[in-house]
Design a protein around this ligand. Structure first.
Ligand code: GSH
Length: 228
């Protein structure tokens, strides 16, 4: 059994989708980041950077419990544990990890900051919006180019990279990031293809009703954006 420390945000959704795709048994442990639950010592012992998602695999290596934080590390752990979505060919493995790391190092941070300046910042900061939402549009362009000749990010097979990237590009995220997806037809086709997967639908539905988009309260703003 896997304990899945989660809140329904794009980073959380990635691992909800992965657990569904891998068909692993898991139980959701809600970490309400709007109420500051990511800062409690019990959770920090599992995820020292106070971020969801994280997992504890009670059937880890040598039968011992094993905790993993950082979504990219969770993807690799689950793929290596199950052998699913983990190509045996080293070249293909390398292509999957490149696009997975691209999500973690570019898409997540840039889209996240664009969302902050567009949707949450308490004052309008033009330079922040230009910088991060400009980067977001540029990254849409990179993905659109990649998908011109490839059905999926790592080639013609659905992979960890698609599971990781999809939740950042849903209609809700496009609107937060001010993206007109009609300008990125290859992305549109890919979104439709990935969105049809039953496991993706199930992953996005986990605790869907708790998803809060919009202006956080004073309390949640302190918990998430004013950390010292
Ligand atoms: N690099 C991390 C990012 C995780 C992350 O930023 N999680 C957000 C939710 S989408 C979070 O837990 N925020 C809580 C906070 O900022 O205190 C990953 O990929 O797992």
């Amino acid at each position: 059994m896997i304990d899945f420390y989660y809140w329904p945000t794009p980073n959380g959704h990635k691992i909800a989708i992965a657990l569904e795709e891998f068909e692993l048994d898991y139980q959701v442990k809600s970490i309400n980041i709007l109420k500051g639950e990511q800062h409690v010592p019990e959770f920090l012992a599992i995820s020292p950077n106070n971020r969801v998602p994280a997992i504890v695999d009670h059937d880890g290596p040598e039968g011992k419990a094993h905790a993993v934080f950082e979504s990219g590390a969770i993807f690799l752990y689950l793929a290596q544990k199950t052998g699913k979505f983990w190509p045996s060919d080293p070249v293909q493995q390398s292509v999957v990890t490149q696009w997975l790391f691209f999500q973690n190092s570019s898409i997540g941070p840039m889209f996240g900051q664009c969302g902050y300046f567009n949707g949450y910042a308490q004052e309008r900061v033009e330079h922040g919006i230009e910088r991060y939402c400009g980067e977001t549009r540029r990254l849409y362009g990179v993905i659109n180019e990649r998908l011109a000749d490839n059905e999926y990010l790592a080639g013609n097979e659905y992979s960890l990279a698609d599971m990781s990237t999809f939740p950042w590009m849903t209609a809700k995220q496009q609107s937060l990031h001010d993206i007109d997806v009609n300008q990125f037809p290859n992305v549109q086709r890919w979104l439709a293809r990935v969105g049809k997967r039953p496991a993706v639908g199930r992953g996005l539905a986990v605790m869907q009703d708790d998803l809060k988009v919009g202006n956080p309260t004073e309390e949640s703003f302190e918990a998430m954006f004013n950390q010292k």
